[in-house]
Design a protein around this ligand. Structure first.
Ligand SMILES: *[C@@H]1O[C@H](CO)[C@@H](O)[C@H](O)[C@H]1NC(C)=O
Ligand SMILES: *[C@@H]1O[C@H](CO)[C@@H](O)[C@H](O)[C@H]1NC(C)=O
Length: 298
Protein backbone atom coordinates (compact mmCIF):
# COMPACT_ATOMS: atom_id res chain seq x y z
CA UNK A 1 0.00 0.00 0.00
CA UNK A 2 1.31 3.44 -0.80
CA UNK A 3 1.98 5.64 2.20
CA UNK A 4 -0.63 8.20 1.15
CA UNK A 5 -3.28 5.50 0.81
CA UNK A 6 -2.36 4.07 4.18
CA UNK A 7 -2.50 7.48 5.82
CA UNK A 8 -5.88 8.22 4.29
CA UNK A 9 -7.20 5.03 5.89
CA UNK A 10 -5.96 5.84 9.38
CA UNK A 11 -9.04 7.65 10.71
CA UNK A 12 -11.17 4.66 9.61
CA UNK A 13 -8.83 2.39 11.59
CA UNK A 14 -9.47 4.44 14.69
CA UNK A 15 -5.97 5.90 14.83
CA UNK A 16 -5.79 9.39 16.23
CA UNK A 17 -2.72 11.48 16.84
CA UNK A 18 -0.90 10.77 20.10
CA UNK A 19 2.22 12.11 21.84
CA UNK A 20 5.26 10.10 20.72
CA UNK A 21 8.87 10.50 21.85
CA UNK A 22 11.53 9.27 19.43
CA UNK A 23 15.18 8.40 19.88
CA UNK A 24 17.85 6.17 18.32
CA UNK A 25 21.52 5.33 18.79
CA UNK A 26 22.91 6.24 15.36
CA UNK A 27 22.48 9.96 16.03
CA UNK A 28 19.79 12.62 15.62
CA UNK A 29 21.00 13.51 12.10
CA UNK A 30 20.80 9.95 10.71
CA UNK A 31 18.24 9.72 7.92
CA UNK A 32 16.32 6.62 9.09
CA UNK A 33 15.09 8.37 12.24
CA UNK A 34 14.21 11.54 10.27
CA UNK A 35 12.20 9.58 7.66
CA UNK A 36 10.33 7.87 10.51
CA UNK A 37 9.69 11.24 12.16
CA UNK A 38 8.16 12.51 8.92
CA UNK A 39 5.98 9.39 8.63
CA UNK A 40 4.72 9.78 12.22
CA UNK A 41 3.91 13.45 11.65
CA UNK A 42 2.14 12.57 8.37
CA UNK A 43 0.07 10.04 10.36
CA UNK A 44 -1.14 12.93 12.50
CA UNK A 45 0.99 12.18 15.57
CA UNK A 46 2.59 14.72 17.84
CA UNK A 47 6.16 13.39 17.55
CA UNK A 48 9.30 14.86 19.12
CA UNK A 49 12.82 13.56 18.44
CA UNK A 50 15.44 13.54 21.20
CA UNK A 51 18.51 11.61 20.10
CA UNK A 52 22.29 11.62 20.57
CA UNK A 53 24.33 14.35 18.89
CA UNK A 54 26.45 11.68 17.24
CA UNK A 55 26.57 7.95 16.60
CA UNK A 56 26.40 6.15 19.96
CA UNK A 57 25.83 2.63 18.67
CA UNK A 58 26.45 -0.23 21.06
CA UNK A 59 26.13 1.78 24.26
CA UNK A 60 23.34 -0.38 25.67
CA UNK A 61 21.83 1.21 28.81
CA UNK A 62 24.58 3.76 29.64
CA UNK A 63 23.22 7.04 31.00
CA UNK A 64 25.27 10.11 32.00
CA UNK A 65 24.37 13.78 32.13
CA UNK A 66 25.01 15.49 28.78
CA UNK A 67 28.24 17.48 28.60
CA UNK A 68 28.94 20.60 26.48
CA UNK A 69 29.94 19.78 22.91
CA UNK A 70 33.29 21.04 21.72
CA UNK A 71 33.05 19.81 18.15
CA UNK A 72 30.32 19.91 15.50
CA UNK A 73 27.56 17.29 15.71
CA UNK A 74 27.44 14.30 13.32
CA UNK A 75 27.44 15.32 9.63
CA UNK A 76 28.02 18.95 10.73
CA UNK A 77 24.43 19.01 11.95
CA UNK A 78 25.24 21.44 14.78
CA UNK A 79 28.11 23.88 15.23
CA UNK A 80 30.99 23.37 17.66
CA UNK A 81 30.59 24.68 21.23
CA UNK A 82 26.80 24.63 21.09
CA UNK A 83 26.17 23.37 24.61
CA UNK A 84 25.04 20.04 26.10
CA UNK A 85 21.66 19.92 24.28
CA UNK A 86 20.34 21.70 21.22
CA UNK A 87 17.77 21.62 18.48
CA UNK A 88 17.06 22.51 14.91
CA UNK A 89 15.84 26.10 15.31
CA UNK A 90 13.59 25.92 12.24
CA UNK A 91 12.23 22.46 13.16
CA UNK A 92 12.32 22.55 16.97
CA UNK A 93 10.79 19.08 17.29
CA UNK A 94 14.23 17.78 16.24
CA UNK A 95 16.53 17.78 19.27
CA UNK A 96 19.98 16.47 20.10
CA UNK A 97 21.48 15.54 23.45
CA UNK A 98 25.26 15.25 23.85
CA UNK A 99 25.17 11.89 25.59
CA UNK A 100 23.93 8.32 25.24
CA UNK A 101 20.70 6.99 23.71
CA UNK A 102 19.18 6.29 27.14
CA UNK A 103 20.06 9.81 28.30
CA UNK A 104 18.49 11.25 25.14
CA UNK A 105 15.33 9.25 25.72
CA UNK A 106 15.24 10.34 29.37
CA UNK A 107 15.61 14.04 28.43
CA UNK A 108 13.02 13.60 25.70
CA UNK A 109 10.49 12.12 28.12
CA UNK A 110 11.18 14.36 31.14
CA UNK A 111 12.20 17.71 29.65
CA UNK A 112 12.08 18.20 25.88
CA UNK A 113 8.83 16.48 24.89
CA UNK A 114 6.65 18.07 27.61
CA UNK A 115 7.53 21.53 26.20
CA UNK A 116 5.44 20.57 23.16
CA UNK A 117 2.72 18.75 25.08
CA UNK A 118 1.54 21.27 27.71
CA UNK A 119 3.77 19.59 30.27
CA UNK A 120 2.37 16.12 29.60
CA UNK A 121 4.38 12.93 29.17
CA UNK A 122 4.56 10.95 25.93
CA UNK A 123 2.03 8.15 25.42
CA UNK A 124 4.44 6.02 23.40
CA UNK A 125 8.22 5.81 22.94
CA UNK A 126 9.87 4.59 19.73
CA UNK A 127 13.56 4.05 18.98
CA UNK A 128 15.20 3.73 15.55
CA UNK A 129 14.92 2.47 12.92
CA UNK A 130 18.47 1.43 13.79
CA UNK A 131 21.00 1.28 10.95
CA UNK A 132 21.61 -2.49 10.98
CA UNK A 133 19.81 -5.40 12.68
CA UNK A 134 19.51 -5.91 16.44
CA UNK A 135 18.93 -9.63 16.80
CA UNK A 136 19.41 -12.07 19.69
CA UNK A 137 22.68 -11.29 21.55
CA UNK A 138 23.04 -7.87 19.86
CA UNK A 139 19.85 -6.81 21.68
CA UNK A 140 21.85 -6.52 24.93
CA UNK A 141 24.40 -4.10 23.48
CA UNK A 142 22.17 -1.98 21.28
CA UNK A 143 21.63 1.62 22.33
CA UNK A 144 18.43 1.69 20.28
CA UNK A 145 17.04 -1.20 22.33
CA UNK A 146 18.50 0.39 25.48
CA UNK A 147 16.50 3.58 24.85
CA UNK A 148 13.24 1.66 24.33
CA UNK A 149 13.86 -0.49 27.40
CA UNK A 150 14.57 2.60 29.51
CA UNK A 151 11.19 4.07 28.51
CA UNK A 152 9.32 0.84 29.25
CA UNK A 153 11.06 -0.08 32.48
CA UNK A 154 12.02 3.20 34.13
CA UNK A 155 9.26 5.50 32.88
CA UNK A 156 6.48 2.91 32.33
CA UNK A 157 5.87 4.20 28.81
CA UNK A 158 5.08 1.56 26.18
CA UNK A 159 8.05 1.32 23.82
CA UNK A 160 9.08 -0.16 20.50
CA UNK A 161 12.62 -0.60 19.11
CA UNK A 162 12.97 -0.82 15.32
CA UNK A 163 16.05 -2.00 13.37
CA UNK A 164 16.67 -2.51 9.66
CA UNK A 165 19.12 -4.98 8.10
CA UNK A 166 19.97 -2.61 5.23
CA UNK A 167 22.85 -0.56 6.61
CA UNK A 168 25.24 2.11 5.45
CA UNK A 169 25.05 5.53 7.03
CA UNK A 170 22.98 8.34 5.53
CA UNK A 171 23.02 11.99 6.53
CA UNK A 172 19.59 13.47 7.28
CA UNK A 173 19.61 15.53 4.07
CA UNK A 174 20.67 12.78 1.63
CA UNK A 175 18.75 13.47 -1.55
CA UNK A 176 16.90 11.80 -3.10
CA UNK A 177 15.82 9.96 0.05
CA UNK A 178 16.94 6.34 -0.54
CA UNK A 179 14.19 3.75 -0.78
CA UNK A 180 15.41 1.80 2.28
CA UNK A 181 14.86 4.86 4.47
CA UNK A 182 11.29 5.50 3.28
CA UNK A 183 10.34 1.79 3.31
CA UNK A 184 11.61 1.33 6.89
CA UNK A 185 9.81 4.52 7.93
CA UNK A 186 6.56 3.33 6.41
CA UNK A 187 6.89 -0.12 8.02
CA UNK A 188 7.70 1.37 11.42
CA UNK A 189 4.75 3.76 11.16
CA UNK A 190 2.46 0.88 10.15
CA UNK A 191 3.33 -1.16 13.25
CA UNK A 192 3.21 1.91 15.50
CA UNK A 193 -0.25 2.76 14.18
CA UNK A 194 -1.44 -0.82 14.65
CA UNK A 195 -0.31 -0.76 18.29
CA UNK A 196 -2.08 2.57 18.80
CA UNK A 197 -5.26 1.36 17.06
CA UNK A 198 -5.34 -1.66 19.43
CA UNK A 199 -6.11 0.76 22.28
CA UNK A 200 -4.69 1.52 25.72
CA UNK A 201 -2.79 0.14 27.44
CA UNK A 202 -0.76 -0.08 24.23
CA UNK A 203 1.53 -2.79 25.68
CA UNK A 204 1.65 -4.77 28.94
CA UNK A 205 3.75 -3.25 31.72
CA UNK A 206 7.54 -3.77 31.52
CA UNK A 207 7.28 -5.01 27.95
CA UNK A 208 8.93 -3.60 24.83
CA UNK A 209 8.67 -4.74 21.23
CA UNK A 210 11.89 -5.55 19.36
CA UNK A 211 11.13 -5.25 15.64
CA UNK A 212 13.63 -6.17 12.92
CA UNK A 213 13.14 -5.48 9.21
CA UNK A 214 14.97 -7.60 6.62
CA UNK A 215 16.92 -5.91 3.83
CA UNK A 216 15.19 -3.68 1.34
CA UNK A 217 16.01 -4.98 -2.14
CA UNK A 218 15.33 -7.92 -4.44
CA UNK A 219 11.70 -8.97 -3.96
CA UNK A 220 11.34 -6.62 -0.99
CA UNK A 221 11.25 -3.04 -2.24
CA UNK A 222 7.81 -1.83 -1.11
CA UNK A 223 6.34 -1.80 2.38
CA UNK A 224 3.28 -3.73 1.16
CA UNK A 225 5.50 -6.73 0.28
CA UNK A 226 6.63 -7.25 3.88
CA UNK A 227 4.91 -9.69 6.27
CA UNK A 228 4.91 -9.59 10.08
CA UNK A 229 5.79 -12.63 12.21
CA UNK A 230 5.59 -12.96 15.99
CA UNK A 231 9.03 -14.10 17.18
CA UNK A 232 11.24 -14.53 20.23
CA UNK A 233 14.57 -12.81 20.96
CA UNK A 234 16.62 -15.69 22.31
CA UNK A 235 16.61 -19.40 21.46
CA UNK A 236 13.91 -21.12 23.51
CA UNK A 237 15.54 -24.46 24.17
CA UNK A 238 14.77 -24.74 27.91
CA UNK A 239 12.24 -21.91 28.20
CA UNK A 240 8.61 -22.33 29.18
CA UNK A 241 6.25 -22.66 26.19
CA UNK A 242 5.46 -19.54 24.15
CA UNK A 243 1.97 -18.37 23.29
CA UNK A 244 0.10 -20.66 20.87
CA UNK A 245 0.70 -19.31 17.35
CA UNK A 246 0.98 -20.84 13.87
CA UNK A 247 0.13 -24.28 15.23
CA UNK A 248 2.76 -24.52 17.95
CA UNK A 249 3.94 -23.19 21.30
CA UNK A 250 7.49 -22.30 20.30
CA UNK A 251 7.81 -19.02 18.37
CA UNK A 252 10.56 -18.76 15.75
CA UNK A 253 13.65 -16.74 16.75
CA UNK A 254 13.88 -13.28 15.24
CA UNK A 255 17.11 -14.37 13.52
CA UNK A 256 15.26 -17.15 11.69
CA UNK A 257 12.35 -14.85 10.76
CA UNK A 258 14.44 -12.16 9.04
CA UNK A 259 16.63 -14.92 7.54
CA UNK A 260 13.66 -16.55 5.78
CA UNK A 261 13.25 -15.74 2.10
CA UNK A 262 10.19 -13.57 1.46
CA UNK A 263 10.34 -10.20 3.26
CA UNK A 264 9.52 -11.31 6.83
CA UNK A 265 9.65 -8.79 9.69
CA UNK A 266 10.22 -10.18 13.19
CA UNK A 267 8.17 -8.79 16.09
CA UNK A 268 9.46 -10.00 19.46
CA UNK A 269 7.78 -9.30 22.77
CA UNK A 270 10.67 -8.34 25.05
CA UNK A 271 10.95 -8.30 28.84
CA UNK A 272 12.22 -4.82 29.77
CA UNK A 273 13.77 -6.18 32.98
CA UNK A 274 16.37 -8.34 31.24
CA UNK A 275 15.97 -7.75 27.45
CA UNK A 276 15.00 -11.38 26.85
CA UNK A 277 11.72 -12.83 25.54
CA UNK A 278 8.67 -11.95 27.65
CA UNK A 279 6.50 -14.66 29.21
CA UNK A 280 3.69 -16.32 27.24
CA UNK A 281 0.90 -14.40 28.96
CA UNK A 282 2.45 -11.09 27.87
CA UNK A 283 3.06 -12.45 24.36
CA UNK A 284 -0.65 -13.36 24.29
CA UNK A 285 -1.70 -9.75 24.96
CA UNK A 286 0.41 -8.52 22.04
CA UNK A 287 -0.75 -11.38 19.80
CA UNK A 288 -4.38 -10.40 20.39
CA UNK A 289 -3.61 -6.77 19.52
CA UNK A 290 -1.72 -7.54 16.30
CA UNK A 291 -3.38 -10.81 15.20
CA UNK A 292 -4.98 -9.42 12.05
CA UNK A 293 -1.64 -8.30 10.59
CA UNK A 294 0.49 -11.32 11.57
CA UNK A 295 1.61 -14.14 9.24
CA UNK A 296 3.19 -17.55 9.75
CA UNK A 297 6.52 -18.57 8.21
CA UNK A 298 6.20 -20.93 5.20
C1 LIG B 1 28.03 3.84 14.34
O1 LIG B 1 29.23 3.28 14.82
C2 LIG B 1 29.29 1.87 14.76
C3 LIG B 1 30.58 1.41 15.37
O2 LIG B 1 30.73 1.95 16.65
C4 LIG B 1 29.16 1.41 13.32
O3 LIG B 1 29.15 0.01 13.26
C5 LIG B 1 27.85 1.96 12.73
O4 LIG B 1 27.77 1.64 11.37
C6 LIG B 1 27.79 3.46 12.89
N1 LIG B 1 26.48 3.92 12.48
C7 LIG B 1 26.28 5.07 11.88
C8 LIG B 1 24.89 5.35 11.49
O5 LIG B 1 27.19 5.86 11.63
C1 LIG C 1 16.68 21.82 10.14
O1 LIG C 1 15.37 22.04 9.65
C2 LIG C 1 15.33 22.68 8.39
C3 LIG C 1 13.88 22.97 8.08
O2 LIG C 1 13.08 21.85 8.26
C4 LIG C 1 16.00 21.78 7.36
O3 LIG C 1 16.00 22.42 6.11
C5 LIG C 1 17.44 21.50 7.80
O4 LIG C 1 18.02 20.58 6.89
C6 LIG C 1 17.44 20.88 9.19
N1 LIG C 1 18.80 20.65 9.67
C7 LIG C 1 19.09 19.69 10.55
C8 LIG C 1 20.51 19.50 10.92
O5 LIG C 1 18.24 18.97 11.06
Amino acid sequence: MRLEVLLALLPALGVHGIRIIQSNDDGWAEQYVRSFHNALMASGHDAVLSAPAENKSGTSSLDTEPSPRNTACQYDSCTANSGPIGRNETSPRLNWVNSFPVTSMRYGIDTIGPQFWNGEAPELAVAGPNVGSNLYLAVHFSGTVGAAVYAAKNEKIPAIAFSGASDGTLAWNTSPEPRRSTVYAELAATLTNAVIASGKPYLPEDVFLNVNFPQVGGQCTQASQFKWVLSRINVGLFSAPDVQQCGGTRLPTETSVVGTNGCYVSVSVGDANDKTTAAAEKQAVVLKKLQSMLSCLP
